[in-house]
Design a protein around this ligand. Structure first.
Ligand SMILES: [Mn+2]
Length: 270
């Protein structure tokens, strides 16, 4: 017998786990093509095909202890899903766990950052093709296209890497950085939350996203960003905007699963 679908099949009880995984299959403010509600389940299924060892960070995930808590109920109203996600992330951070949130649309980063910043000053690193800096989107202040503006209001600092789709003169805002500039833009004394929109990667590597944008980061560039962040205190990460209906080969889901594994190894593997 095997148990319910879990990330990498890992089932360390929460008390003994260094890392906790929470799915937030929110899909309510999507602007073009959908699918992120399916992403947590699809990422768990894809994780079945990858090894438990990160050769890039020389780290076996088994002894770290990973507890997959399942998903926030996707049938709840959006506000309730976000509130539940925030309470759960806050509880896990208070327990000292490294937290991985599997979205869902990018909006799920907001309750996660709210929870992390309730513990004190926080810096947020966003990997995203889009700026997500609109003040409102279709009259809504909380949406996938406004999420980094709302995050910026909560965080001590926000750095966005991978942006290549701008609205007007946003391009002149000081939040954008090239991958190599990231360490110099962060405060070594502050904890970090990483929000990883999969569209930051080049769509040739990860086509199954809601809003693909040509000219993105390579896989080794993302790993170098992880390596740079591993020298800071990363308290949590989210991985968002996987759109399984547009991933017929399944390679985007495997890439997503692998980026969760490498993140766990890089940030909580020591
Ligand atoms: Mn985004």
């Amino acid at each position: 017998m095997i148990g319910p679908l879990r990330f990498l099949g890992l089932d360390t009880p929460l008390e003994r786990a260094r890392v906790a995984i929470l799915g937030v299959p929110l899909e309510r403010t999507v602007s073009w093509r959908g699918g992120p509600a399916q992403a947590p389940t699809v990422i768990r299924a894809a994780s079945d095909s990858i090894e438990l060892y990160s050769h890039l960070f020389r780290c076996d995930l088994r002894p770290i202890g990973v507890c997959d808590l399942g998903d926030v109920d996707p049938h709840l109203p959006m506000e309730e899903m976000l509130a539940l996600a925030e309470r759960e992330v806050e509880r896990l951070l208070r327990l000292g766990k490294g937290v991985v949130v599997l979205g869902g649309e990018h909006t799920v980063a907001l309750p996660a950052v709210r929870a992390a910043s309730s513990q004190g000053p926080l810096q947020v690193v966003a990997l995203d093709a889009h700026t997500d800096l609109r003040d409102d989107y279709g009259g809504e202040r909380v949406a996938h296209a406004t999420v980094l503006r709302r995050v910026e209001e909560l965080a001590s600092r926000l750095v966005i890497v991978g942006a290549r789709s701008f609205v007007g003169d946003e391009v002149d805002e000081p939040v954008f950085a090239k991958p190599g500039e990231l360490p110099s833009r962060l405060d070594p004394g502050l904890p970090v939350w990483l929000t990883l929109d999969l569209d930051a990667l080049d769509p040739s590597l990860c086509p199954g996203v809601t809003n693909p944008e040509p000219g993105g980061l390579s896989y080794p560039e993302v790993i170098e960003i992880y390596r740079a962040l591993s020298r800071f205190r990363v308290v949590g990460m989210d991985l968002v905007e996987l759109a399984p209906p547009f991933d017929p080969s399944g390679v985007s889901a495997v890439t997503a699963a692998k980026l969760v594994l490498e993140g766990i190894a890089a940030f909580w593997g020591r």
